[in-house]
Design a protein around this ligand. Structure first.
Ligand code: FPP
Ligand code: MG
Length: 355
Protein backbone atom coordinates (compact mmCIF):
# COMPACT_ATOMS: atom_id res chain seq x y z
CA UNK A 1 0.00 0.00 0.00
CA UNK A 2 2.93 2.31 0.51
CA UNK A 3 4.25 1.78 -3.01
CA UNK A 4 2.41 4.50 -4.97
CA UNK A 5 2.24 6.99 -2.04
CA UNK A 6 6.02 6.77 -1.62
CA UNK A 7 6.73 7.39 -5.31
CA UNK A 8 7.25 11.08 -5.94
CA UNK A 9 3.77 12.50 -6.62
CA UNK A 10 2.54 16.06 -6.71
CA UNK A 11 0.30 15.77 -3.62
CA UNK A 12 -1.82 18.34 -5.41
CA UNK A 13 -5.15 17.34 -3.88
CA UNK A 14 -4.18 17.46 -0.20
CA UNK A 15 -2.16 20.64 -0.80
CA UNK A 16 -5.13 22.33 -2.40
CA UNK A 17 -7.48 21.14 0.33
CA UNK A 18 -5.20 22.45 3.08
CA UNK A 19 -4.52 25.76 1.27
CA UNK A 20 -8.25 26.37 0.75
CA UNK A 21 -9.02 25.69 4.41
CA UNK A 22 -6.16 27.87 5.64
CA UNK A 23 -6.93 30.71 3.22
CA UNK A 24 -10.42 30.83 4.73
CA UNK A 25 -9.09 31.02 8.27
CA UNK A 26 -9.39 27.29 9.12
CA UNK A 27 -6.87 25.37 11.22
CA UNK A 28 -4.30 22.93 9.84
CA UNK A 29 -5.17 20.20 12.42
CA UNK A 30 -8.84 20.33 11.39
CA UNK A 31 -8.11 19.51 7.75
CA UNK A 32 -5.18 17.05 7.70
CA UNK A 33 -7.36 13.90 7.98
CA UNK A 34 -9.62 14.97 5.14
CA UNK A 35 -6.60 15.93 3.03
CA UNK A 36 -5.04 12.51 3.66
CA UNK A 37 -8.30 10.81 2.66
CA UNK A 38 -8.22 12.63 -0.69
CA UNK A 39 -4.66 11.44 -1.33
CA UNK A 40 -5.62 7.87 -0.39
CA UNK A 41 -8.55 7.95 -2.82
CA UNK A 42 -6.28 9.38 -5.50
CA UNK A 43 -3.75 6.57 -5.10
CA UNK A 44 -6.48 3.93 -5.09
CA UNK A 45 -8.00 5.44 -8.24
CA UNK A 46 -4.61 5.43 -9.95
CA UNK A 47 -3.98 1.77 -9.13
CA UNK A 48 -7.40 0.72 -10.43
CA UNK A 49 -7.17 3.08 -13.41
CA UNK A 50 -3.81 1.63 -14.41
CA UNK A 51 -5.28 -1.88 -14.42
CA UNK A 52 -8.34 -0.69 -16.38
CA UNK A 53 -6.25 1.21 -18.94
CA UNK A 54 -3.52 -1.45 -19.18
CA UNK A 55 -0.94 1.27 -18.43
CA UNK A 56 2.75 0.47 -18.13
CA UNK A 57 4.25 3.30 -16.13
CA UNK A 58 3.25 5.48 -13.17
CA UNK A 59 5.40 8.01 -11.38
CA UNK A 60 8.54 6.90 -13.24
CA UNK A 61 8.20 3.19 -12.38
CA UNK A 62 6.25 0.21 -13.71
CA UNK A 63 2.59 0.29 -12.66
CA UNK A 64 1.66 -1.73 -9.59
CA UNK A 65 -0.15 -4.46 -11.56
CA UNK A 66 2.92 -4.88 -13.78
CA UNK A 67 5.00 -5.40 -10.66
CA UNK A 68 2.61 -7.44 -8.52
CA UNK A 69 -0.07 -8.77 -10.87
CA UNK A 70 -3.64 -7.58 -11.27
CA UNK A 71 -5.13 -9.44 -8.30
CA UNK A 72 -2.76 -7.87 -5.77
CA UNK A 73 -3.00 -4.43 -7.35
CA UNK A 74 -6.81 -4.41 -7.25
CA UNK A 75 -6.77 -5.53 -3.64
CA UNK A 76 -4.26 -2.83 -2.68
CA UNK A 77 -6.59 -0.23 -4.24
CA UNK A 78 -9.56 -1.69 -2.37
CA UNK A 79 -7.62 -1.65 0.90
CA UNK A 80 -6.80 2.04 0.45
CA UNK A 81 -10.47 2.85 -0.06
CA UNK A 82 -11.30 0.88 3.10
CA UNK A 83 -8.62 2.73 5.07
CA UNK A 84 -10.06 6.08 4.01
CA UNK A 85 -13.17 5.56 6.15
CA UNK A 86 -11.57 5.85 9.56
CA UNK A 87 -10.05 9.34 9.20
CA UNK A 88 -13.46 10.51 8.02
CA UNK A 89 -14.90 9.22 11.29
CA UNK A 90 -12.11 11.00 13.21
CA UNK A 91 -13.50 14.21 11.73
CA UNK A 92 -16.52 13.97 14.09
CA UNK A 93 -14.19 14.58 17.01
CA UNK A 94 -11.98 17.13 15.22
CA UNK A 95 -14.49 19.40 13.50
CA UNK A 96 -17.87 18.36 14.96
CA UNK A 97 -20.66 16.16 13.63
CA UNK A 98 -22.16 18.71 11.20
CA UNK A 99 -19.01 19.54 9.18
CA UNK A 100 -17.81 15.91 9.42
CA UNK A 101 -21.05 14.69 7.82
CA UNK A 102 -20.87 17.37 5.13
CA UNK A 103 -17.32 16.25 4.29
CA UNK A 104 -18.53 12.64 4.15
CA UNK A 105 -21.35 13.69 1.82
CA UNK A 106 -18.84 15.35 -0.51
CA UNK A 107 -16.47 12.40 -0.50
CA UNK A 108 -19.37 10.08 -1.28
CA UNK A 109 -20.41 12.27 -4.24
CA UNK A 110 -16.75 12.47 -5.34
CA UNK A 111 -16.46 8.67 -5.47
CA UNK A 112 -19.69 8.44 -7.50
CA UNK A 113 -18.66 11.17 -9.96
CA UNK A 114 -15.22 9.60 -10.49
CA UNK A 115 -16.65 6.15 -11.13
CA UNK A 116 -19.25 7.60 -13.54
CA UNK A 117 -16.62 9.60 -15.44
CA UNK A 118 -14.47 6.50 -15.68
CA UNK A 119 -17.48 4.47 -16.84
CA UNK A 120 -18.15 6.96 -19.63
CA UNK A 121 -14.60 6.73 -20.93
CA UNK A 122 -14.31 2.94 -20.58
CA UNK A 123 -17.66 2.58 -22.36
CA UNK A 124 -16.48 4.70 -25.30
CA UNK A 125 -13.35 2.59 -25.60
CA UNK A 126 -15.21 -0.70 -25.29
CA UNK A 127 -17.87 0.28 -27.85
CA UNK A 128 -15.45 2.05 -30.23
CA UNK A 129 -17.42 5.31 -29.97
CA UNK A 130 -15.63 8.21 -31.72
CA UNK A 131 -18.50 10.43 -32.92
CA UNK A 132 -18.11 12.76 -29.95
CA UNK A 133 -18.28 16.51 -29.49
CA UNK A 134 -16.00 18.57 -27.27
CA UNK A 135 -18.85 18.88 -24.79
CA UNK A 136 -18.96 15.06 -24.38
CA UNK A 137 -15.24 15.14 -23.53
CA UNK A 138 -15.73 18.07 -21.14
CA UNK A 139 -18.53 16.29 -19.28
CA UNK A 140 -16.44 13.13 -18.97
CA UNK A 141 -13.44 15.10 -17.69
CA UNK A 142 -15.63 17.08 -15.27
CA UNK A 143 -16.65 13.79 -13.67
CA UNK A 144 -13.42 11.79 -14.07
CA UNK A 145 -10.86 14.44 -13.14
CA UNK A 146 -12.28 17.79 -12.06
CA UNK A 147 -14.43 16.39 -9.28
CA UNK A 148 -11.78 14.57 -7.33
CA UNK A 149 -8.85 16.82 -8.24
CA UNK A 150 -10.35 20.27 -7.65
CA UNK A 151 -14.05 20.33 -6.67
CA UNK A 152 -13.77 17.94 -3.71
CA UNK A 153 -10.40 19.18 -2.37
CA UNK A 154 -11.47 22.84 -2.43
CA UNK A 155 -15.02 22.21 -1.21
CA UNK A 156 -13.79 19.96 1.64
CA UNK A 157 -11.24 22.62 2.66
CA UNK A 158 -14.00 25.23 2.66
CA UNK A 159 -16.45 23.11 4.67
CA UNK A 160 -13.84 22.36 7.32
CA UNK A 161 -13.11 26.10 7.55
CA UNK A 162 -16.80 26.66 8.33
CA UNK A 163 -18.21 27.72 4.93
CA UNK A 164 -21.80 26.49 4.44
CA UNK A 165 -22.46 24.04 1.57
CA UNK A 166 -24.94 26.49 -0.03
CA UNK A 167 -22.18 29.14 -0.20
CA UNK A 168 -19.82 27.01 -2.30
CA UNK A 169 -21.49 27.24 -5.75
CA UNK A 170 -18.99 29.84 -7.12
CA UNK A 171 -16.19 27.63 -5.89
CA UNK A 172 -17.60 24.66 -7.84
CA UNK A 173 -17.45 26.64 -11.08
CA UNK A 174 -13.87 27.73 -10.38
CA UNK A 175 -12.81 24.17 -9.52
CA UNK A 176 -14.49 22.78 -12.65
CA UNK A 177 -12.62 25.25 -14.88
CA UNK A 178 -9.33 24.29 -13.21
CA UNK A 179 -10.03 20.57 -13.49
CA UNK A 180 -10.70 20.82 -17.22
CA UNK A 181 -7.56 22.91 -17.84
CA UNK A 182 -5.56 20.39 -15.77
CA UNK A 183 -6.77 17.36 -17.74
CA UNK A 184 -6.20 19.02 -21.11
CA UNK A 185 -2.64 19.86 -20.07
CA UNK A 186 -2.21 16.22 -19.06
CA UNK A 187 -3.39 15.14 -22.52
CA UNK A 188 -0.89 17.56 -24.12
CA UNK A 189 2.01 16.31 -22.00
CA UNK A 190 1.12 12.76 -22.96
CA UNK A 191 1.98 13.60 -26.55
CA UNK A 192 4.70 16.18 -26.36
CA UNK A 193 6.05 15.92 -22.81
CA UNK A 194 9.53 14.82 -21.80
CA UNK A 195 9.37 11.20 -20.59
CA UNK A 196 11.98 11.87 -17.86
CA UNK A 197 9.75 14.49 -16.20
CA UNK A 198 6.30 13.24 -17.15
CA UNK A 199 6.59 9.99 -15.16
CA UNK A 200 4.06 8.17 -17.38
CA UNK A 201 4.38 6.57 -20.80
CA UNK A 202 4.61 9.18 -23.57
CA UNK A 203 1.94 8.47 -26.23
CA UNK A 204 0.25 6.09 -23.77
CA UNK A 205 -3.11 7.77 -24.55
CA UNK A 206 -2.79 6.77 -28.22
CA UNK A 207 -1.82 3.19 -27.34
CA UNK A 208 -4.74 3.05 -24.87
CA UNK A 209 -7.19 4.67 -27.34
CA UNK A 210 -8.07 7.50 -24.90
CA UNK A 211 -10.74 10.01 -25.96
CA UNK A 212 -8.78 13.24 -25.58
CA UNK A 213 -9.82 16.68 -26.83
CA UNK A 214 -6.73 16.49 -29.06
CA UNK A 215 -7.67 13.25 -30.78
CA UNK A 216 -11.34 14.24 -31.18
CA UNK A 217 -10.19 17.46 -32.88
CA UNK A 218 -7.79 15.57 -35.17
CA UNK A 219 -10.51 13.10 -36.18
CA UNK A 220 -12.90 15.96 -36.99
CA UNK A 221 -10.28 17.48 -39.30
CA UNK A 222 -9.27 14.25 -41.04
CA UNK A 223 -10.49 13.18 -44.48
CA UNK A 224 -13.14 10.42 -44.55
CA UNK A 225 -10.50 7.84 -45.48
CA UNK A 226 -8.07 9.00 -42.79
CA UNK A 227 -10.83 8.96 -40.20
CA UNK A 228 -11.91 5.43 -41.15
CA UNK A 229 -8.29 4.25 -40.90
CA UNK A 230 -7.78 6.06 -37.57
CA UNK A 231 -10.92 4.51 -36.08
CA UNK A 232 -9.81 1.05 -37.24
CA UNK A 233 -6.42 1.62 -35.57
CA UNK A 234 -8.05 2.88 -32.38
CA UNK A 235 -10.29 -0.18 -32.19
CA UNK A 236 -7.26 -2.48 -32.10
CA UNK A 237 -5.99 -3.43 -28.63
CA UNK A 238 -2.48 -2.52 -27.62
CA UNK A 239 -0.02 -5.43 -27.77
CA UNK A 240 0.25 -7.54 -24.61
CA UNK A 241 2.71 -6.41 -21.96
CA UNK A 242 6.32 -6.76 -22.94
CA UNK A 243 8.19 -9.08 -20.57
CA UNK A 244 10.86 -7.27 -18.58
CA UNK A 245 13.90 -9.38 -19.52
CA UNK A 246 14.20 -8.93 -23.27
CA UNK A 247 12.07 -12.02 -24.04
CA UNK A 248 10.03 -9.90 -26.45
CA UNK A 249 12.78 -10.11 -29.07
CA UNK A 250 12.77 -13.94 -29.08
CA UNK A 251 10.57 -15.95 -31.44
CA UNK A 252 7.88 -17.69 -29.38
CA UNK A 253 9.16 -21.19 -30.17
CA UNK A 254 12.66 -20.31 -29.06
CA UNK A 255 11.43 -18.75 -25.81
CA UNK A 256 9.38 -21.84 -24.96
CA UNK A 257 12.37 -24.06 -25.81
CA UNK A 258 14.65 -22.03 -23.55
CA UNK A 259 12.18 -22.12 -20.64
CA UNK A 260 11.83 -25.90 -21.10
CA UNK A 261 15.58 -26.40 -21.20
CA UNK A 262 16.11 -24.27 -18.09
CA UNK A 263 13.55 -26.40 -16.25
CA UNK A 264 11.31 -23.39 -15.70
CA UNK A 265 8.36 -25.16 -17.34
CA UNK A 266 7.41 -28.80 -17.84
CA UNK A 267 7.06 -30.60 -21.20
CA UNK A 268 3.29 -30.57 -20.97
CA UNK A 269 3.32 -26.83 -20.08
CA UNK A 270 5.47 -26.19 -23.17
CA UNK A 271 3.03 -28.09 -25.39
CA UNK A 272 0.05 -26.25 -23.94
CA UNK A 273 1.80 -22.90 -24.33
CA UNK A 274 2.67 -23.56 -27.99
CA UNK A 275 -0.93 -24.55 -28.71
CA UNK A 276 -2.31 -21.48 -26.93
CA UNK A 277 0.12 -19.02 -28.50
CA UNK A 278 -0.58 -20.35 -32.00
CA UNK A 279 -4.30 -19.83 -31.29
CA UNK A 280 -3.91 -16.24 -30.08
CA UNK A 281 -1.68 -15.35 -33.06
CA UNK A 282 -4.38 -16.64 -35.43
CA UNK A 283 -7.03 -14.76 -33.48
CA UNK A 284 -5.01 -11.54 -33.52
CA UNK A 285 -4.48 -11.65 -37.28
CA UNK A 286 -8.19 -12.43 -37.84
CA UNK A 287 -9.16 -9.25 -35.95
CA UNK A 288 -6.53 -7.03 -37.59
CA UNK A 289 -3.98 -7.65 -34.84
CA UNK A 290 -2.65 -5.29 -32.24
CA UNK A 291 -1.77 -1.62 -32.60
CA UNK A 292 1.70 -1.15 -34.03
CA UNK A 293 4.33 1.62 -33.84
CA UNK A 294 3.30 2.50 -37.40
CA UNK A 295 -0.33 2.95 -36.25
CA UNK A 296 0.72 5.26 -33.43
CA UNK A 297 2.90 7.24 -35.86
CA UNK A 298 -0.14 7.65 -38.13
CA UNK A 299 -2.30 8.98 -35.27
CA UNK A 300 0.46 11.31 -34.11
CA UNK A 301 0.86 12.69 -37.62
CA UNK A 302 -2.91 13.24 -37.89
CA UNK A 303 -2.81 15.22 -34.64
CA UNK A 304 0.13 17.27 -35.79
CA UNK A 305 -1.30 18.09 -39.25
CA UNK A 306 -4.63 19.20 -37.76
CA UNK A 307 -2.98 21.54 -35.24
CA UNK A 308 -4.86 19.70 -32.50
CA UNK A 309 -2.32 20.37 -29.74
CA UNK A 310 -2.48 24.12 -30.38
CA UNK A 311 -6.27 23.87 -30.35
CA UNK A 312 -6.27 21.99 -27.01
CA UNK A 313 -3.77 24.43 -25.53
CA UNK A 314 -6.05 27.34 -26.42
CA UNK A 315 -9.05 25.63 -24.80
CA UNK A 316 -7.02 24.94 -21.65
CA UNK A 317 -5.83 28.57 -21.53
CA UNK A 318 -9.38 29.84 -21.88
CA UNK A 319 -10.52 27.71 -18.94
CA UNK A 320 -7.57 28.78 -16.80
CA UNK A 321 -8.15 32.48 -17.58
CA UNK A 322 -11.79 32.23 -16.56
CA UNK A 323 -10.70 30.51 -13.36
CA UNK A 324 -8.15 33.23 -12.65
CA UNK A 325 -10.79 35.90 -13.12
CA UNK A 326 -13.22 34.19 -10.74
CA UNK A 327 -10.82 33.25 -7.92
CA UNK A 328 -11.10 36.39 -5.78
CA UNK A 329 -14.91 36.23 -5.56
CA UNK A 330 -15.27 32.48 -5.28
CA UNK A 331 -15.11 32.40 -1.48
CA UNK A 332 -14.78 34.82 1.46
CA UNK A 333 -10.94 34.54 1.51
CA UNK A 334 -9.01 36.10 4.42
CA UNK A 335 -6.28 38.22 2.79
CA UNK A 336 -3.39 38.80 2.58
CA UNK A 337 -2.49 35.15 2.90
CA UNK A 338 0.27 32.87 1.59
CA UNK A 339 -2.36 30.14 1.25
CA UNK A 340 -4.50 32.29 -1.04
CA UNK A 341 -1.38 33.19 -3.05
CA UNK A 342 -0.56 29.49 -3.34
CA UNK A 343 -3.93 28.86 -4.98
CA UNK A 344 -3.30 31.77 -7.35
CA UNK A 345 0.12 30.36 -8.34
CA UNK A 346 -1.44 26.95 -8.81
CA UNK A 347 -3.53 28.30 -11.67
CA UNK A 348 -0.35 29.17 -13.60
CA UNK A 349 1.26 25.88 -12.58
CA UNK A 350 -1.59 23.87 -14.12
CA UNK A 351 -0.56 25.01 -17.59
CA UNK A 352 3.20 25.38 -17.00
CA UNK A 353 3.77 21.98 -15.40
CA UNK A 354 5.82 19.32 -17.13
CA UNK A 355 4.57 16.33 -15.07
C1 FPP B 1 -7.27 8.82 -14.63
O1 FPP B 1 -7.52 9.22 -15.93
C2 FPP B 1 -8.61 8.60 -13.98
C3 FPP B 1 -8.78 8.49 -12.68
C4 FPP B 1 -7.65 8.55 -11.77
C5 FPP B 1 -10.15 8.22 -12.15
C6 FPP B 1 -10.26 6.77 -11.95
C7 FPP B 1 -11.56 6.41 -11.38
C8 FPP B 1 -11.83 5.20 -10.97
C9 FPP B 1 -10.85 4.10 -11.05
C10 FPP B 1 -13.18 4.96 -10.39
C11 FPP B 1 -13.01 4.38 -9.03
C12 FPP B 1 -14.16 4.62 -8.21
C13 FPP B 1 -14.29 4.13 -6.96
C14 FPP B 1 -15.37 4.58 -6.11
C15 FPP B 1 -13.34 3.14 -6.43
P1 FPP B 1 -6.48 8.92 -17.08
O2 FPP B 1 -6.44 7.47 -17.34
O3 FPP B 1 -6.87 9.81 -18.21
O4 FPP B 1 -5.14 9.47 -16.44
P2 FPP B 1 -3.69 8.80 -16.43
O5 FPP B 1 -3.09 9.20 -17.75
O6 FPP B 1 -2.99 9.45 -15.28
O7 FPP B 1 -3.83 7.35 -16.29
MG1 MG C 1 -5.10 6.00 -17.06
Amino acid sequence: MLDYPLREGKALRPALCIATCRALGGQLESVTRSAAVLELYHNAFLIHDDVEDGSEKRRDRPTLHRQQGKAVAINVGDAMLALALEPLLDNMRLVGIGPALRVLQLVSRMARESAEGQALELGWIQDGVWQLRDRDYLKMVYQKTAWYTFVAPMAVGALVAGVRTEDTHRLWRLATLLGIAFQIQDDILNIEGDEANYGKEILGDLWEGKHTLILLHALRHATAAERAHAEAVLRKPRPPERPAVGDAELPTDELVAQLLQAGEISKSAAARLRWHLAGSAANASATGGFKTELDIGFLKDLVSRAGSIEYARAVARRHASKARASLARALPWKRPSQHYDFIGHLIDYILDRDR
